[in-house]
Design a protein around this ligand. Structure first.
Ligand code: GAL
Length: 770
């Protein structure tokens, strides 16, 4: 039986010896996931959350514990703790990113237990990932859930099933305890119908539904023990094979396209419950990626479960960043972490490789030989991968992971993957790209945001060009907190395709537009020449999965634009370049049809690139026209003012119509506006309390009547609550690039209200906590 111990802990912000007996009267009451110290959005001292604190939890056990084994399970705390139960010292435990399970059978009582956790969250150079500078903040607290598990004296643990596409099924577990028990196995389909029963732990299921990224079919395995216990796990049937000619899922070639995920959130660091862990998987799926790497540490089970459920392949990774400790204790912890990672994650059907090498570390034969061995012994079905940032490193893993930061401009996305390693047979995967090569914030200039998006496209294009690479995983999904030594000095590393609030930058649209599940049309500019040099439009790119885009100016068709493969040769849906803002709208009848076309082209070129960049052929054309029709320069200016007039002329309305199979599927209108309003996107009105509290994200945006987010609206809002909800983060916040996400958490069951005030209005959102 599994009992949640996540609610109502007593908490003291420090530790003193007398807390072993009793916490001070002025202690706080908190729930886990818990962050020792919330941080401002940016600019803070990264030491504020690194301290020794005390957690105390009183609890009764729901299950009858007589003659039972009781295990205390912490899903994760940062970083190490002395733990006591009923005054018995259970030991000193290191967690970080991995579970700690303690047998407390000898000291747990049916009622009135006192659990005490003296937690030290300081970075410690003797424990991975620490030892040198690390490019991410590790936050603090008991930041994942806590459970009490009870079993009969003889029980099974670490249960998992692995299925291949032939239907071969392998069931593994460890039996603990002395009694002889027999086990029988039942396989249930997605409808809950029993489809097979057996007592063999290796058997074949005929014609299984395969698990894949489009139909992630999962079965349930029930293990019934003769002592009455029932255990359950999900699993699926699939073959995931990395080769030196690419990756195959169920024998079908699949180019991997992914993003790396850090797990932090604004203000609360790592402390986010189930719903927010799941939400990240949902967002990744929307972006159309097919693989995620849990850089650079094992992540929440809720996140991984959702990847199983949605069909997102996963590569996990042990905690670490560039540094390898030389002391034995550090290295032993590395081995322990590899072991714990495999035990925690091998039941996930989505997991396709174990990242057993410290990200971007140098070669270390002894360490990695043993690390690989541990992973292979605990899971003989899955390959290992090692991520490095230099060529020809010693390959002890099954897959050569390489962080390819070649893309410095639009000339080259990736290096030729044959260069990464001399091992010709080795499967190769690009595990990171972009990131620091061109950091971009959600508040950066729009042309920089466009440029970074195009470079993501360039890398994806090159990943398709090179058959040798199994694919590419970009750096990274969302902006993340980092040490002062990295990023912009504000403790945020702005490498995400979305900001830390999970609101998208232009780069996100590049990924999203590569899938065909839903229509995407994102214009990678605001069409406001005043924003760009020489008051121009600049090259306009549209990230879209449409067959073509029809551009209208003030409701008149300019032209149709098609995906072209001159810049991006391999992408299924390359961004469409719009390099004409005049086209058919230039209908000055003084000129012949052919002249109109040429004049429109010349003016459009000037409107996009600036008059100082106009080409010689355009100059000659204008001179010819002036002479032929005896026009004066003022006439040319008139044409310009009427048709382009990028500075001070009446602003134009542009409509981009996305056409697929000759049908208009999606429309984006960008118009000058004098009217604006706030938009509140609340995905649901219920919060569900289960093993722990729930969190609901509400996006607040400042938009025009077309729903376009106004990128410079860095306005202040005030968020307060009433009833059974509260907000994570401060009451006063500012929109970032026109939007922000408010995180609302559940308190007790019942009604609650979020009140968002801004300079225009006060918006009340009614919620129910169930
Ligand atoms: C890589 C590293 C990542 C991140 C990235 C920034 O070298 O693996 O953790 O620091 O650079 O681009």
């Amino acid at each position: 039986m599994k009992q949640s111990l996540s609610f109502a802990w007593n908490y003291a912000d420090n530790f003193q010896k007398d807390y072993l007996k009793e916490l001070p009267k002025n202690h706080h009451i908190i729930d886990v996931p818990h962050n020792i110290q919330d941080v401002p959005y940016n600019y803070f001292d990264e030491h504020i959350y690194q301290k020794v604190v005390t957690y105390e939890k009183y609890f009764d056990v729901d299950d009858n514990i007589s003659n039972k084994v009781s295990l205390l399970r912490f899903e994760a705390f940062m970083l190490q703790a002395d733990i006591y139960l009923n005054d018995v010292f259970l030991g000193h435990f290191v967690s970080g990113y991995l579970p700690v399970e303690i047998d407390v059978s000898s000291c747990v009582k049916q009622k009135g237990n006192r659990l005490l956790v003296i937690l030290d969250s300081k970075e410690d150079n003797h424990i991975p990932p620490f030892g040198f500078a690390v490019d991410y903040l590790t936050f603090s607290g008991i930041y994942r859930e806590v459970y009490l598990l009870t079993f009969p004296k003889t029980y099974i643990k670490d249960l998992y099933a692995y299925g291949d596409m032939q239907g071969n099924t392998y069931i593994h577990y460890e039996k603990i305890g002395e009694d002889d028990i027999s086990l029988s196995f039942e396989i249930l389909d997605e409808e809950g119908k029993t489809i097979a029963k057996t007592t063999q732990n290796v058997f074949k299921l005929d014609n299984p539904h395969l698990w894949n990224i489009d139909v992630p079919y999962q079965y349930t395995l029930l293990v019934k023990a003769s002592n009455g216990e029932i255990y359950e796990t999900k699993f699926g049937y699939r073959d995931a094979i990395f080769t030196n000619e690419g990756f195959y899922l169920n024998n079908k070639f699949l180019k991997l396209r992914g993003l790396n995920r850090h797990q932090c959130y604004p203000h609360v660091g790592y402390a986010m419950p189930k719903s927010m862990q799941e939400n990240d998987a949902i967002k990744l799926k929307e972006l159309g990626i097919n693989i995620v790497r849990t850089s650079h540490y094992p992540q929440s089970e809720w996140f991984l479960n959702k990847c199983d459920e949605l069909g997102i392949l996963v590569i996990d990774e042990i905690p670490g960043w560039q540094h390898i400790g030389q002391e034995e204790s550090w290295r032993n912890l590395y081995y322990e972490f590899v072991k714990k990672m495999v035990l925690k994650e091998r039941h996930h059907v989505s997991l396709v490789a174990y990242g057993v090498r410290i990200d971007e570390s140098c070669d270390d034969h002894e360490l990695y030989k043993k690390g690989n061995q541990i992973a292979h012994e605990l899971d003989k079905y899955r390959p290992t991968i090692g991520v490095r940032n230099f060529w020809n490193s010693e390959l002890l893993e099954d897959i050569y992971g390489y962080n390819d930061f070649t893309c410095a401009d639009m000339t080259k996305g990736l290096s030729n993957p044959n260069k990464y390693t001399k091992e010709k047979d080795a499967p190769v995967l690009v595990t990171e790209y972009m990131g620091h090569m061109e950091p971009v914030k959600v508040t950066s200039d729009l042309d920089k945001r466009k440029l970074v998006a195009l470079r993501h496209a360039k890398v994806l294009d090159d990943a398709l060009k090179y058959d040798r690479t199994c694919g590419s995983i970009g750096w990274c999904f969302v902006d993340y907190y980092t040490h002062v030594d990295f990023g912009s000095g504000d403790h945020i590393c702005p490498h995400g395709v979305s900001d830390m609030y999970r609101n998208k930058k232009y780069s996100a649209a590049i990924y999203e537009s590569q899938q065909d599940d839903h229509p995407v049309l994102e214009v990678l500019t605001n069409m406001r020449p005043g924003d760009f040099k020489e008051s121009t439009y600049q090259d306009i790119y549209v990230a879209t999965n449409m067959d073509r885009v029809d551009l209208y100016k003030n409701d008149e068709l300019v032209a149709s634009f098609y995906p072209k493969n001159d810049q991006f040769k391999y992408l299924k849906h390359p961004p469409i370049l719009i390099n004409d803002v005049l086209g058919a709208t230039f209908n000055d009848e003084r000129f012949t049809k052919k002249e109109r076309k040429l004049i429109a082209e010349a003016f459009s070129y000037a409107g996009i690139h600036g008059f100082s960049h106009i080409k010689l052929k355009h100059k000659l054309l204008l001179a010819k026209i002036l002479m032929k029709y005896h026009l004066k320069w003022n006439d040319v200016v008139d044409i310009w003012n009427t048709h382009i007039a990028t500075w001070g002329g009446y602003a134009k309305t542009f409509t981009f119509k996305g056409i697929k199979e000759n049908k208009e599927v999606i429309v984006k209108r960008i118009a000058p506006s004098l009217e604006f309003h706030y938009e509140y996107l609340c995905p649901r009105n219920e919060l569900i309390v289960s093993d722990t509290y729930d969190v609901l994200p509400i996006v607040v945006r400042f938009v025009d009547p077309d729903g376009t987010v106004m990128p410079y609206a860095n306005r202040a809002i005030k968020v307060t609550t009433e009833g059974n909800v509260s907000i994570l983060g401060p009451e006063l916040q500012t929109l970032l690039g026109g939007q922000i996400t408010i995180y609302v958490r559940s308190l007790n069951k019942g009604n609650g209200k979020v009140i968002i005030s801004n300079e225009m209005e006060t918006k009340e959102i009614e919620l129910v906590v169930r």
